[in-house]
Design a protein around this ligand. Structure first.
Ligand SMILES: [Fe+2]
Ligand SMILES: [Fe+2]
Length: 251
């Protein structure tokens, strides 16, 4: 089994591939379980956030879009739950529910904010998941590939709505702070850059690259919409974001 071309490091073809927990070191197993738990949390958090936001959706066509989106996030959650159960023999739900109670994802409070969240929070999740597309644990890889395919379908609309609404001038006083809030949440999807955990996961083929590199892909991806909305990237320090030096923030 070899990794796909592009984005992966040169050791990809020599990495060990796992289909069960046989031969896994305790550290590998622990990292993998943490990855599944974080993924499960993110999927249900997304479902709950868009579910809460349904009250702000102004038109039937968007109600249909958001409900479809909620449904897909729940299906992603279910896929991760099943994988977790078959790997650990346990349910991930109590842990996810506890984490959501401790660390609830903020809920959008308007249609404009929901679109901003759809654009940035969901997009962050998409780029994060792409790092696992060639995961050395095969069931995780398969699960992620299916989710990534569906996440691609979530991409355009939130961005389009935010750009359109920003263009009306009605949100000039809130757009910058709202952008910063959801931009930060999008960036947090990648985890802290250059940690020992990152390094280990990359060495073991669990993920492709360091969080800092994924941040750059995300930044580059959202730049056209950032410009079109007339907002600017905040100073990462000012919003409490840890980023590597040398990211290209130019607009
Ligand atoms: Fe999802
Ligand atoms: Fe999504």
């Amino acid at each position: 089994m070899t990794a796909k071309k592009g984005g992966d490091s040169s050791t990809a073809t020599t990495r060990k591939i796992y289909t069960s927990d046989k031969e896994m070191t305790p550290e590998y197993r622990k990292t993998l379980v943490q990855m599944m738990e974080s993924q499960a949390y993110r999927e249900l958090a997304a479902g709950q956030m868009f579910g809460y936001g349904l009250q702000y959706v102004p038109e039937l066509k968007w109600v249909k879009f958001i409900t479809w989106h909620i449904r897909e996030e729940v299906e992603h959650y279910e896929a991760v739950c099943k994988m977790y159960k078959s790997f650990t023999g346990q349910s991930v739900e109590p842990m996810v529910n506890a984490r959501l109670r401790e660390k609830p994802v903020p809920f959008a409070q308007s249609w404009y904010e929901l679109a901003m969240a759809q654009f940035l929070y969901d997009r962050g999740g998409f780029w994060q998941l792409r790092e696992y597309e060639e995961c050395s644990f095969l069931p995780y890889r398969e699960c992620v590939q299916k989710i990534v395919k569906e996440e691609k379908g979530h991409q355009e609309l939130g961005e389009r709505i935010v750009v359109e609404l920003s263009g009306t001038g009605r949100f000039d006083d809130v757009k910058q702070p709202m952008f910063e809030k959801w931009f930060k949440l999008g960036m947090l999807s990648f985890g802290r850059p250059a940690t020992a955990g990152n390094k280990y996961a990359i060495e073991q083929g669990l993920k492709k690259r360091d969080s800092g590199e994924v941040m750059q892909d995300f930044l580059t991806d959202i730049k056209p919409a950032v410009k079109a909305c007339g907002v600017r990237f905040p100073d990462p320090k000012a919003i409490g974001l840890e980023v590597p030096a040398g990211l290209d923030w130019s607009l």
